[in-house]
Design a protein around this ligand. Structure first.
Ligand SMILES: *Cc1c(COP(=O)(O)O)cnc(C)c1O
Length: 313
């Protein structure tokens, strides 16, 4: 019953945790005491198959590693809680998570994307069949009128938001962009890789899903590759994403989930240190005679400063 007990514990505190600080969530959610051994650190479950009872059922609720794995479930429970969602799905990489969202939304072929986005998404569009199966429309989403025009000129299924963007660190108004997407009948999904749930929680601002490359700050130690999508209760994306994770074989490996859980414990502390360091570097660069321009929303004269201050902590 170990796996089920861990998962149930996670789900229980996940639903009773609205007053918990993110520091508390990051060390507790998904990590019940293992009732079989009393272990307080989450076990790395590598079993590919699970015990089948005499009646042919699986008494612990786990059947096969690709469908569900106790360590992956624990990481997913932690991520759902940190982002304020009801479920999370862990994929083998951030790109696998993004591909799953593009394939899973599939109501309309049109996807509006930021003109400044992670280069891997551009490569996914340019160099795989994803670019042929869906119509991608790049827009500078800092201009909300441009976004409104892009989603109303033709039926749009999905608006992909990345803020702060990689690499130009542009800031997009999540609440306004989601509202524009919803008015046009589209879903809005936010790539929250750079901000992390410590600084920004898009579901609270109206997003239909949040995506992470856990390879970056979530993992935090440059030693794992994983991606996550977090959805709110009743999300139309949850089932298609779960079926893609399960049947297309792009679920995260238990070891990467275990490392990511380990990384999460220090996420709030690390992000605070990253912010302090980045601010010092940005100010030093501004003062440097050979530097023409510094792009960083932490600087008072950056075009994204006021908005970042409003929607990020
Ligand atoms: C790295 C990154 C991704 C892709 O994630 P992988 O884990 O490398 O596949 C997606 N979005 C952003 C913003 C990233 O920085």
């Amino acid at each position: 019953m170990t796996g089920v007990a861990i998962f149930n514990f996670a789900v229980e505190i996940q639903h009773g945790d609205s007053r918990m600080h993110i520091e508390t969530k990051s060390i507790h959610i998904g990590r019940g005491v293992d009732p079989a051994t009393g272990a307080v650190s989450i076990p790395l479950h590598t079993s590919t198959t699970f015990h089948r009872g005499a009646d042919g059922t699986f008494p612990a609720g786990f059947e096969y590693i690709r469908d569900a794995n106790p360590t992956r479930n624990a990481f997913e429970a932690a991520m759902a809680s940190l982002e304020g969602g009801s479920a999370a799905l862990a994929f083998s990489s951030g790109m696998a998570a993004i591909t799953a969202v593009f394939e899973g939304h599939a109501r309309e072929g049109r996807v509006v994307v930021p003109d400044d986005m992670y280069f891997g998404i551009r490569s996914l569009i340019d160099e795989t069949d994803i670019g042929e199966r869906f119509e991608f429309v790049p827009v500078d989403m800092r201009d909300l009128n441009a976004l409104r025009a892009a989603v109303t000129v033709a039926p749009t299924g999905l608006v992909w938001i990345e803020t702060p963007s990689n690499p130009l660190i542009r800031v997009v108004d999540i609440r306004a962009a989601c509202a524009i997407a919803h008015e046009a009948g589209a879903l809005a999904v936010v790539d929250n890789t750079w901000a992390t749930p410590v600084l920004q929680r898009p579901l609270e601002l109206g997003a239909d899903a949040v995506m992470h490359s856990a390879t970056k700050y979530i993992g935090g130690h440059s030693d794992l590759m994983a991606g996550v999508v977090v959805v709110p209760d009743g999300s139309p994306l949850e089932r298609p994403l779960r079926m893609i994770q399960r049947h297309k074989g792009s679920a995260a490996a238990p070891f990467d989930c275990w490392l990511a859980l380990r990384g999460l414990q220090t996420l709030p502390l690390r992000v605070r240190a990253h912010c302090e360091g980045a601010q010092k570097v940005a100010e030093a660069l501004v003062a440097h005679p050979n530097v023409e321009k510094v792009l960083f929303p932490g600087l008072h004269d950056d075009p994204g400063h006021a908005l970042a201050q409003r929607q990020m902590s």
